[in-house]
Design a protein around this ligand. Sequence first.
Ligand code: ATP
Ligand code: MG
Length: 388
Amino acid sequence: MREVTYTGRGVALRVGELFLKGKNRFLFEKALEHNLRRSLAGRSDVELVPSHGRLFVLGADDEDVIARLSAVFGVASLSPVLFCEKKRSAIQAAAVELAKDHPGIETFRISARRADKTFELTSVELNCEVGGAVFLATGWRVDLEEPDLDIGVEIGPYGTFLWSRNLRGAGGLPTGTGGKAMLLLSGGIDSPVAGHYIQKRGLELDAVYFHSFPYTSDGAKDKVVRLASVLARRQAAFRLHVVPFTAIQEALRDQVEGKHLVVLYRRAMIRIAERIAKTRHALALVTGESLGQVASQTLHNLCAIDDAAQMPVLRPLIGFDKREVVELAQKIGTFDISTSPHDDCCSLFVPRHPETKAHLGHIRDLESRVDLEVALAIAVDNVIVIDL
Ligand code: ATP
Ligand code: MG
């Protein structure tokens, strides 16, 4: 930890409330620091500085820096700041400079905080002295109740800085502090969004994609790789497992009536995903399912799918409408990838009218008539690993 003696533009970050409590604080801080550093990759003109339990970025406060930092989970809010010397005249000059960022203002106030009690002025004195300088430079009136602009001044052990904007961060918890889950990532709109919201709650992801070549093309697989790459940006390492799934689907298709297939495919996916999850020390599975979105995602069918699982299956989108998921996908930058065309030769063995009320006993019975064990083991043995 070091003293910030920097002068110039930068950003002050504030972390979420939860983050400040409990024994894991140190781990959370380290993870957040790592994730913030990763988000600034390529911006060699800025530096992340942890100081006295606070985090600052020194060197710039432009839109690109702000956008990168506000995407990092665990940041509650952030402010572009102007650092200056711990001197009355320097603070006054900095406040006047900040004021110039805000044309068209009529009223303002100064809100000074003085963590360093040795400073020559009290907070109240600072408010007056700095306010006076801004008044002389701008002619704005002081309004303590509802000012157009609030200029914050902080004289802390970590340096002296001023700010006039408080921006919302991504919230959540630092990715990587809550353990790992295995995402079932298809090329669709939902599953990348599901993965994003799991990362937001502090979990790290690996992913598994079930590839049904040649029914689904390698173009479909490339799309999944691109989606995985978006999620991978938030993590130090991200492993995508591509599972050859065709043999399993063909075996089921040949022996089971069409309307039951979707649930049986999904049960097979769950079993394979779980085996891979165990080798990666992942404790749960994640899917993009939401209740009633399609015929296969009724409560009855989700129950029949979960019956094949030993691990918890997390479904962060369970209560969302498709339209809401589409908006989220646009916001996190996966929508255009998910909807980019690829040349599948045919949609795979999915009947026009899948069953909506799977009867668990019946599903188990149908499944027991197909010997899938060897096919599952072969699929797991032939996984292609892509490290992103
Ligand atoms: P998505 O839900 O990803 O947008 P989709 O709507 O076409 O695609 P569904 O049929 O709704 O897919 O599948 C529900 C969930 O099952 C997906 O969100 C995903 O988690 C998982 N899933 C489906 N197909 C695959 C696959 N080929 N590989 C990995 N996971 C899959
Ligand atoms: Mg879906």
